[in-house]
Design a protein around this ligand. Structure first.
Ligand code: DGL
Length: 270
């Protein structure tokens, strides 16, 4: 890739607006970078979709972001990263750098001397078995307890956190015997950083609770640096697209992104 490519934007996509947690971290840690965000609100939740459907959506969205000239594409969705990362890297070989949200989280927890790690995520992510496989590839002695926790995404989107409903759901999921004696828990979904504190206080300080936001933005910086693609100055405003627009999506962005943003409808599925 040529030197001047560093001025190009970073594409970030998710099934909807949860990936804004990752976009928020990237814009904070790398303020000189311009981002183009795409939320596939026409197809959410990806967590309930088949791997084949998710792959098809991801290829089309990546084409859109590449047409916008992105130097890197961050798959800011665990369900999409689990089902489609390898496919995207093969399909778009050499056209942009791809970053998934699975590997940085797996790397952060392996080699830390832990015996047992828990993983919670959508059904789509858990069904691929990707976390278990990657964790065991890096640390074969690790015990891995994983659970699909599908109630958490709608709960968070509806603003039900830090209250008795979220406490009951969290306790029901994480109080299961499978999770007893774990040393760390991976929050393998882009929505879950919003309930990290609540989960941490339920599990207590003896369990390390990790989400993907900081580790992913650190990975983005590392890769851009290694490829001499870091931007030195942002020239254009960030852009935020969704494939289906409703007022309530726009209102919900406030939960996930610190600044107020305007969503632009882009009908890529016409
Ligand atoms: N973004 C998805 C994930 O991280 C959660 C929302 C959905 O199921 O679409 O897995």
């Amino acid at each position: 890739m040529q030197q001047s490519s560093n001025k190009k934007p970073i594409g970030i996509f998710d099934s909807g607006i949860g990936g804004l947690t990752v976009a928020n971290a990237i814009t904070k840690h790398l303020p000189n970078e311009e981002i183009i965000y795409f939320g596939d609100t026409a197809h959410l939740p990806y967590g309930e979709k088949s791997a084949d459907a998710i792959r098809y959506y991801c290829i089309t969205i990546s084409k859109f972001l590449l047409e916008k000239g992105c130097k890197m594409i961050v798959i800011a969705c665990n369900s999409a990263s689990s089902a489609a990362y390898d496919v995207l890297v093969d399909f778009f070989s050499g056209q942009a750098l791809f970053v998934n949200v699975v590997d940085p989280l797996v790397d952060a927890v392996t080699g830390e001397g832990y015996d047992k790690v828990g993983v919670i995520a959508t059904k789509a992510t858990i069904n691929t078995g990707i976390y278990r496989r990657k964790l065991l590839e890096r640390q074969s002695t690790l015990q891995v307890a994983s659970l699909a926790t599908p109630l958490l995404v709608p709960m968070i989107e509806e603003g039900y956190f830090q209250n008795k409903i979220s406490r009951t759901i969290i306790e029901d999921y994480l109080g299961r015997t499978d999770f007893a004696d774990m040393n760390a828990l991976l929050l393998a979904c882009t929505h879950y950083p919003l309930i990290r504190k609540e989960i941490q206080s339920y599990l207590g300080e003896q369990v390390r609770v990790l989400d993907s936001i900081d580790v992913v933005s650190a990975r983005v910086r590392e890769l851009l640096t290694a490829h001499q693609l870091l931007n030195d100055q942002r020239r254009n405003p960030h852009q935020f697209y969704v494939s289906d627009y409703t007022k309530s999506f726009e209102e919900t962005t406030r939960i996930f992104y610190e600044e107020s943003i305007e969503l632009e409808h882009c009908a890529i599925w016409k």
